[in-house]
Design a protein. Structure first.
Length: 429
């Protein structure tokens, strides 16, 4: 079993959930701490190439904001060179088949790129690329979704009662804040991103999300993101598509939906000539379901590549809901654990204020889906819905990848304080 498969195995996921995901990340950081301290001392002394950018995504997937920006910059940027870093040989082979520069993390080429790169751009953490080799480089986090639920530093609740030394030791294991953080709007910068990541608002670039550029433009996603091709082709050929995309739970190894409900949703879709597309979050195992009217996507596929194919989306507290709002299409929310989730995680955005229809039981979800598919003409997009969309995305016109690439090309002036996040946003657009 390779390292990627080991990290995704049920046994490892069960252990991680029992301990706590963020505790495991902190513990892993502590194990690396002696090496990190040496790296933090020596690596900033090495000359770095400001025109070289290394990029990566969580769990070695080729997906999300970093992947979309990578493809755009590889195809359009003249001043910056980009390299994708991963531990997946299959991903490297796929990207190289498109003529793109991709390297294995601890290969000679991967290490050389990370040591020379002036900028690390990632969707989750520096470890998406190589945390040990990141000191001295500009760290740019694109994150992997506009959060409805609380994330990162905002997850802590109540006073920290740990002994001073223990608290400092735990904090030492956490990854430091990025130098620059991508945000979707001034409102989200203020209520979520700045506090969650410990990044000043002026270091938050409100440029929208590269992963949504094709959705706003009404175009297919870039070819390197179209994987798996057979599933994409099957869904594109369907008369109508209903997407089922739930977020993960901190205390669950499996997805938060059972096989019986998935099969019943597929039956409702079949009655109305629609195809059900199901993808579990990459942090959980997919629920096995056997309906012939179901297309199950791999958990490490890029969700945004399939989002534009959907006429209706079923989700919960996932950031996919906020992405899908850009299409102004029907959304059904399945929230049977709303109270528990509110206590466990908490929210930046009140779920009850989300545009769409909220359901709390399997039967109400089935009934709402039946009604939505049976009477598509009944769907309306209200002024309130549009106001909420603007609150989350600002005046998002697309072209986020181009704006972000321009901002990265001028990051010297950003580091010197000459360009703030909002100024960069206005210049990029």
């Amino acid at each position: 079993m390779n390292l990627i498969a080991l990290r995704r195995s049920r046994a490892i996921r069960t252990i991680v959930r029992a301990i706590g995901v963020h505790r495991v990340l902190a513990a892993f950081g502590l194990l690396q701490l002696p090496f990190l301290r040496v790296a933090e001392t020596l690596l900033p002394l090495l000359p770095r190439n400001r025109s070289l950018v290394v990029m990566g995504a969580p769990l070695d997937r080729f997906a999300d904001n970093a992947a979309y920006l990578y493809v755009h910059m590889a195809q359009h940027s003249s001043s910056l060179r980009v390299v994708w870093i991963t531990s997946s040989g299959a991903t490297v082979d796929r990207l190289r088949s498109y003529g793109l520069d991709a390297r294995i993390r601890w290969s000679c080429g991967g290490v050389a790129a990370c040591l020379r790169a002036g900028t690390f751009v990632y969707s989750g953490y520096r470890s998406d690329i190589n945390r040990l080799l990141s000191p001295g480089a500009l760290a740019v986090s694109l994150w992997h979704g506009v959060p409805i639920k609380r994330v990162e530093r905002d997850l802590a609740s109540g006073p920290d009662t740990r002994h001073g030394f223990v608290r400092r030791l735990a904090e030492a294991g956490h990854e430091p804040p990025p130098d620059i953080l991508l945000s979707s709007s001034e409102h989200l910068t203020q209520v979520a991103f700045a506090t969650a990541f410990g990044v000043p608002p002026e270091r938050c670039w409100e440029l929208g999300y590269p992963r949504n550029d094709h959705l706003v433009a009404g175009e297919p996603p870039p070819d390197p993101l179209l994987w798996p091709l057979a599933e994409f082709a099957r869904l594109r050929a369907a008369d109508r598509v209903v997407g089922l995309f739930l977020t993960w739970r901190d205390n669950r190894v499996d997805d938060a939906i059972d096989a019986d409900l998935i099969d019943r949703l597929a039956e409702v879709c079949a009655r109305h000539g629609a195809q059900l597309a199901y993808k579990a979050h990459y942090n959980v195992a997919a629920t096995p379901a056997a309906s012939e009217n179901l297309v199950t996507l791999p958990s490490d596929a890029d969700l945004q590549s399939f989002l534009g194919l959907c006429d209706v989306v079923i989700t919960d507290y996932s950031s996919a809901a906020l992405d899908f709002l850009l299409l102004r299409r029907p959304i059904l929310y399945y929230m049977p654990d709303l109270e528990e989730y509110r206590l466990r995680r908490g929210f930046y955005l009140d779920p009850m204020s989300l545009p769409g229809e909220i359901t709390r039981t399997p039967q109400s979800l089935l009934s709402s889906l039946d009604s939505t598919l049976g009477r598509p003409e009944a769907f309306t997009w209200t002024t309130r819905d549009e106001e909420f969309l603007q609150l989350v995305w600002g005046t998002h016109p697309g072209h986020s990848a181009a704006a972000l690439a321009d901002a990265l090309a001028g990051h010297h002036s950003v580091e010197e304080g000459g360009v703030t996040g909002r100024t960069a946003a206005s210049q990029g657009r």
